[in-house]
Ligand binder design. Structure first.
Ligand code: NAP
Ligand code: F7E
Length: 363
């Protein structure tokens, strides 16, 4: 039988890597996209038109669209990655976040049941280390108590519990991957890691003066998204449906991420001062490169995440050390150097063109 995967959130960071991974495994891959007045499919453009790759319109806020896709595709595996995934944004749009990240999960589960797929389709739910929030213990594992600390985390907690409920009530194969932060060159530009790597590339190429950040002391367990999507698949191949913590087991601060990213563009930063007065200074020139802006502080912030991936290592054979923190930062900075250089070159071409047009050289 052909494996048929349905990925919600295929245009996102994880969705794009997972689609590539499943295609390489011989899956027929279907993804859902949202109808919008502008096309934002940058991360999957290279897959469009490939054999065994199909896109469908659906929105997690609209059960009818979900049921239509489920009936058409009849997937054997669903990866529910669609979400309003930005923690800061969830404070500004808590109702939308709850609708998509909490009720949206229910819509998928109930849709599967109503389409008669409950016995044939396995479901992966994109859960998160944000469930641990105001942490009760360090490191966090599958048995650590949850203490969600943002509207995003509260919505995701509902998603986690409703998956467990459908597993127990209807004997469905559905489970949650409790994934700690994972980043990449495809990470959204407003998440802290990408904001830093892009700024480092821009500052080094004279396109930006300073980088403004929020809480520099926040600690995260950062992994590489490409390694993590492999684990989503492993979770669904496991004999029994179980929840897993996916993390590297290594922790760094936002400040450390900054220092390493700037190091890769030849700027050695030293941090001086405290709280909102702390500054990241270029050791060679004495110029202030990083400043703190309270605009990026959150009403409640999660500050101490460190995962314990022992269960995933033992039961899934997953290797949490495949890409180190140092390698991850390097991959991201190098990709952004190339991106910014292309932008700069594009600007030069445009400027020259305007000049040529003005001089009448090009008509
Ligand atoms: P992302 O880049 O923000 O992608 C989110 C995806 O969800 C996009 O494809 C987006 O589509 C889609 N989406 C948003 N609202 C939707 C709606 N109402 N209906 C249908 N699709 C909708 O997120 P990511 O980093 O790839 O993360 C994937 C999943 O893992 C998310 O559920 C996230 O909460 C969770 N997670 C992420 C991390 C991490 O560190 N990356 C860690 C733990 C859990 P558009 O392109 O149309 O906006
Ligand atoms: O923040 C601090 C911020 O927005 C990380 C999502 O994928 O991972 C992600 O959520 C930390 C926080 O990611 C800035 O206060 C400082 O403590 O990159 P982030 P996140 O909130 O951890 C989890 C696992 C998910 O599930 C989510 O979907 O960095 N921070 N200064 C900043 N954060 C941002 N965004 N911008 C700053 O300027």
């Amino acid at each position: 039988m052909t494996n048929i995967a349905l990925i919600t959130g295929i245009t996102g960071q994880d969705g794009s890597f997972l689609a590539e991974f499943l295609l390489s495994k011989g899956y027929e891959v279907h993804g859902t996209i949202r109808r919008s007045s502008v096309d934002f499919r940058e991360r999957i453009m290279h897959l469009e038109g490939a054999p065994h790759f199909h896109l469908h319109y659906a929105d997690l806020g609209d059960s009818m669209s979900i049921i239509q896709v489920l009936n058409k595709v009849r997937p054997t595996e669903i990866y529910n990655l669609a979400a309003q995934s930005h923690v800061q944004v969830s404070f500004d749009s808590p109702e939308f976040t709850a609708d998509v990240d909490a009720t949206g999960v229910l819509r998928i589960l109930e849709g599967v049941r109503q389409c008669g797929l409950a016995k044939t389709c396995r479901i992966y739910q994109a859960s998160t280390s944000e469930l641990y929030g105001k942490v009760e213990e360090v490191p966090q594992n599958e048995n650590t108590q949850f203490h969600p600390y943002s509207p995003y985390a509260v919505a995701k907690l509902y998603g986690y519990w409703i998956v467990k409920e459908y597993r127990e009530a209807y004997n469905m194969y559905c489970c949650s991957g409790i994934l700690f932060n994972h980043e990449s060159e495809r990470r959204g530009e407003t998440f802290v890691t990408r904001k830093i790597t892009l700024a480092a590339a821009r500052i080094a190429q004279g396109k930006q003066d300073k980088l403004y950040l929020g809480n520099l002391s926040s600690l995260r367990d950062w992994g590489y998204a490409k390694d993590y999507v492999e684990c989503m698949w492993l979770i669904l191949q496991h004999e029994t449906p179980e929840d897993f913590v996916i993390a590297t087991g290594v922790q760094h601060s936002v400040r450390e991420f900054c220092q390493l990213a700037f190091h890769h563009v030849g700027i050695e930063l030293e941090f001086k001062g405290e709280g909102a007065d702390e500054k990241g200074i270029d050791k060679t020139t004495g110029k202030v490169i990083v400043e703190v802006s309270e605009d990026f502080y959150r009403p409640t912030d999660v500050v101490n995440l460190l995962g314990d991936p022992t269960k995933a290592k033992a039961k899934l054979g997953w290797n949490p050390a495949k890409t180190s923190f140092e390698e991850l930062v390097k991959i991201m900075v190098e990709a952004d150097i190339v991106k910014v250089a292309a932008e700069v070159a594009g600007e030069k071409v445009r400027t020259n063109l305007v000049e040529y047009l003005e001089k009448g050289i090009v008509k």
